[in-house]
Design a protein around this ligand. Structure first.
Ligand code: 5GP
Ligand code: MN
Length: 342
């Protein structure tokens, strides 16, 4: 049995909204990851099973690696099909916002999402959600939005309608947001849910191979170069830094998602407590950070990189050059020492 964590009043509110909605849009954060796409598609399959017209609209194009997920081909990326996506948001009578806590996280889609008159249900596991949704189901103690979605579907008495396709999507979200159950993964409920998903017919080993263990030659070379040549360690501050310039990314034919997981690599070194990865994204410098224990990288990203996130996984967008971002990082090192323990 799963512990019940979602308040009954919220389950009731979602049930009522679902009862009077036909056209439902499900959306998630920009640069969607396995959790954003997995929880969105999982919900889409179940809503389709109860006869709703449900569409997933993402702010930008989902990564290639997730295209095998059932329903992924029907996703409408706002960046590519702006007019159609805008129409869907405008015509919707209910919108689910999954895996983000601030309208800022949907990038260019923000105004169209905010201005839609459809009621909004937020299902998310990031801290301090903004108050933009009518129903806010926010559980930062949950390791993924996908498991939260599974819990919500169970509470809505839709467990029986989670088929193999929906189960694949939900599992993918749970797996990617825990690094294949290697962090944030001590909650026994996770394994109760996995058992149920396997009973629904998923092949978890196959999903792992497709999502975590499939790379192109240039991706492997880019990551090898980043660790071999670009990784800097600051032992006195227990910190690691990796930077990649536009030229370096171009040289390795960088595609979105190619550096997924790279920021985790330096944490394998016992002396490293936190790791920062700076990637020149043309529009800004994309910041990604990870840590061990209670070192709060979300504080680091909030203060220096215009971002936020979780204690052990956070990110941001730095307005400026890569060199300036490196300077900011270097100047933050001494101050970050206060979060270190011996
Ligand atoms: P990643 O490093 O995988 O891009 O992001 C890790 C986590 O950091 C995300 O789950 C999200 O919580 C947070 N995050 C990443 N980028 C941003 C950002 O630009 N702004 C904010 N507020 N959070 C971010
Ligand atoms: Mn997530």
């Amino acid at each position: 049995m799963l512990r019940q964590i979602i308040q009954e009043s919220k389950v009731k509110a979602v049930r009522e909204l679902l009862g009077r909605s036909e056209r439902i849009v499900i959306t998630c954060h920009m640069s969607p990851d396995g959790d954003a796409i997995g929880s969105s598609l999982g919900l889409m399959h179940v809503l389709a099973a109860i006869g709703k017209e449900a569409r997933v609209v993402t702010p930008d194009i989902p990564p290639q690696i997730l295209r095998f997920l059932p329903g992924a081909k029907d996703i409408v990326p706002y960046s590519k099909y702006t007019d159609f996506a805008r129409q869907l948001l405008c015509d919707a009578d209910l919108i689910f916002c999954l895996d983000f806590n601030s309208l800022y996280r949907v990038d260019h889609m923000r105004d169209d999402l905010a201005s839609s008159s459809a009621p909004k249900v937020l299902v998310d596991h990031h801290q301090d959600p903004e108050d933009f949704a009518d129903v806010i189901i926010s559980h930062p103690d949950q390791s993924s939005t996908a498991i939260l979605m599974f819990r919500l579907l169970c509470r809505l008495e839709l467990f029986n309608l989670i088929d193999r396709k929906a189960a694949m999507c939900i599992y993918t979200g749970m797996m990617t947001d825990t690094g294949n159950f290697s962090y944030n993964s001590n909650d026994p409920d996770l394994y109760v849910v996995i058992a149920e998903l396997i009973r629904k017919g998923i092949n978890k080993d196959d999903i792992y191979k497709r999502v975590m263990d499939t790379k192109t030659v240039s991706t492997l070379r880019l990551n090898g170069y980043a660790v071999g040549t670009k990784m800097q360690i600051f032992p006195e501050h227990k910190a690691a830094l990796i930077t990649l310039t536009q030229k370096e990314l171009d040289d390795y034919d960088y595609q979105k998602g190619d550096t997924e997981g790279l920021v985790n690599v330096p944490l394998a070194i016992p002396e490293v407590t936190y790791s920062v990865f700076l990637r020149d994204d043309k529009r800004y410098i994309k910041v990604s950070s990870r840590s061990k224990g209670d070192f709060p990288v979300n504080k680091l990203c909030e203060k220096y990189f215009n971002g936020g996130g979780h204690v052990n996984a956070a990110g941001g967008e730095f307005e400026g050059t890569l060199d300036e971002a490196v300077e900011v990082f270097m100047s933050s090192l001494a101050e970050n020492d206060r979060y270190l323990h011996d």
